[in-house]
Design a protein around this ligand. Sequence first.
Ligand code: GAF
Length: 407
Amino acid sequence: TSTTRLHRAPDRAEAARAAGRAFADAFGTEADGVFSAPGRVTIIGEHVDYQDGLCLPMAIGHRCFAAVRVTETGRLQLRSRQMPDDAVDVALADLAPGAVPVWAGYAAGVIWALADAHPQLRSGELGLAILVDGQVPLGAGLSSSAALECSVAQALEELLGLGTTQQERIAACIRAENEFVGAATGGLDQSASVRAAQGHALLLDCADGAVELEPWDLSEHGLGLLIVDTRAEHSLIGGEYAERRGQTESAAEALGAATLREVADAGADGVRDQLDALEDDVIRRRARHVVTEICRVREFADLLADGGVGENLRRLGELMNASHDSLRDDFEVTVPELDVAVGAARDAGAHGARMTGGGFGGSIIALVDADQMEATAAAVATAFAEHGFTAPVAFAAQPSTGAGRDI
Ligand code: GAF
């Protein structure tokens, strides 16, 4: 059988030094520090965050690096290694939605959001020079934007001593995305990027922001988590993502519930009765996805806490498969590339495979035996060639640590 080489995340320490050097090249002076935050995969718990649901993400090894210097210019000078021709130079006091290009908005929006509680950020005396090096693949559904936001929030906290909590930084990053960039996303990605821990999955309760770390020690059980980026690019700004979110809000309203979490907490019989009461077929299927997905996350997390991956592999895989099928059939956020990739991974023997992230493109994950990672990736690549799709890119996912300081 053929195999495919798995791409690796860049070495963190080396990548941080590279970002520091790029800062010096761009600005002719040293950065005060280099900070980074990771991308994520959702192991299970998709399109439930904005309905107060339960999600189970983990951070991946790919990170966004922000090299930052505090200046006295009153301006934000922003460069990106990925956008070398697109330097931004704007007065911090003038930051407002629409004031900078979209990529820069993810960074500028965080400063703008934090300035409400920390007016020194728009006093005109303080300035910021920031060099961004985004090593999370862009448009792959792996949260490159949350990684950028969270790396900047971490830098501001540590260099300016703002005294923000993790929750406050997460909230600022979400406002950057919702209000500054205009993507109606729900907060899962920012929480994962800030709060994830090495070797663990993060159980996130979006109703109150509470988190629990669950052991996710795949290699100890001879397993691995494969990520395959389908290269079908996705965007969460405007359009279909916002439409799905709106449909879940309509469902909750029709049921007289504040959120679909209330419905999910009603217990199996109550849930069925409530969903049956929804007349509109589309709205009912959207709601059924959210409610059943929340129940799947609860079961998945309980299994991790009780017996773990070793004792529950089969059921964990079934839950991942059911999550994908629900996102395909009820929530309708998959595209042919995602379904073909998941099908090929399952046919190749994956214990479970599902799309991860917002959908409409992006990546899948597959829970596979450690010695089958390359072969599974190759099976997906072969299926893509047969369908005439762009060649996919495969990674091994390592459960990694949240936002922090590198230098
Ligand atoms: C995207 C969004 F940004 C998240 O908030 C979440 O809704 C996810 O899609 C789907 O689970 O990543």
